[in-house]
Design a protein around this ligand. Structure first.
Ligand SMILES: [Zn+2]
Length: 279
């Protein structure tokens, strides 16, 4: 999981361009909505640290349809917004910022367009994430009892703390269990992270990815074990964790995986040869 730089786009100017590119009634309806859109965009910008407080503008009927049309039937400007967000100029951007697993090739409406059609084409409300997070887990969810359920990749900045923990148990199989931990210095962030972790089913998804990762590493680990025993296996795994911490940040599942495996004497002392329990 990671943060993304805030996209530097003039949201209202882009809305105006889309309005100009649309035809007939849709264009006219978008034009008539401009004042409400302008005020909604100002509210979004002013509340990036409290997005849960933004009230829906209550736009319904044909006007709501026009806003959704602006997103669902993209004009050249909407397509360029999409391309700029999905293909940003970031060298290592090939993983979903919500999960750190799959390609981030879909746009999430952080404030769902079903409830907040006014933000259907607002770049700051569009986060490039993977299809699995978007369609299987987040869908049109946003709040529960007034509290946000997911981290916003532009505005919820990770404190320097490892929020992903992993317990490793070696029996007849290797049993992995990912959990979220709390940073005493950042209680609100910790609670938000915990909801994000659970709502996206990250334990199960991380276990699945970890099993595949371990299975591919097994031949190399066998070699290190023959050369230098458990100590060498632990050292190699720890080195891997250190490298991933630098390249992927401390809150990536691979950092939790490799550092916890390195810390498991049972795993390093031949346990890596056993199958990982997936479910
Ligand atoms: Zn994802």
């Amino acid at each position: 999981m990671r943060n993304l730089p805030v996209p530097g786009m003039d949201a209202l100017a882009l809305f105006d361009k889309i309005t100009g590119e649309k035809r007939g009634e849709v264009s006219a309806r978008l034009g008539r909505l401009r004042r409400r859109i302008s005020s909604a965009y100002a509210s979004y910008q002013a509340n990036t640290d409290a997005l849960q407080t933004i009230a829906s503008a209550g736009i319904k009927g044909v006007r709501e349809k026009a806003l959704l049309h602006a997103y669902n039937s993209p004009t050249a400007t909407m397509r360029s917004i999409r391309d700029n967000l999905i293909y940003p100029n970031i060298e290592d951007f090939d993983e979903c910022p919500y999960c750190g697993i799959n390609d981030p090739k879909t746009l999430d409406h952080y404030l769902p367009k079903e409830t907040y059609p006014e933000f259907a084409v607002h770049p700051l409300n569009l986060i490039p994430i993977c299809h699995i997070c978007n369609s299987h887990y987040k869908r049109s969810q946003f709040l529960d009892g007034g509290a946000r359920l997911f981290m916003h990749s532009y505005f919820d900045t990770f404190p320097a703390f490892d929020f992903i923990q992993l317990q490793v148990i070696v029996n007849r199989e290797v049993i992995l269990s990912f959990t979220n931990s709390s940073d005493p210095a950042n209680p609100d962030f910790s609670i938000l992270f915990g909801r994000h972790f659970r709502k996206l089913g990250l334990n199960e998804r991380f276990v699945q990815k970890s099993a595949a990762e371990i299975s591919r590493k097994r031949p190399a680990l066998r070699r290190f074990y023959r050369n230098g025993g458990a100590a060498e296996v632990a050292q190699v795994l720890q080195q891997e964790a250190n490298d991933f911490r630098v390249t992927l940040s401390g809150n990536h599942w691979k950092v939790a995986l490799y550092s916890s495996l390195a810390g498991s004497q049972d795993f390093c002392d031949g346990g890596f040869l056993r199958t990982v329990k997936i479910r």
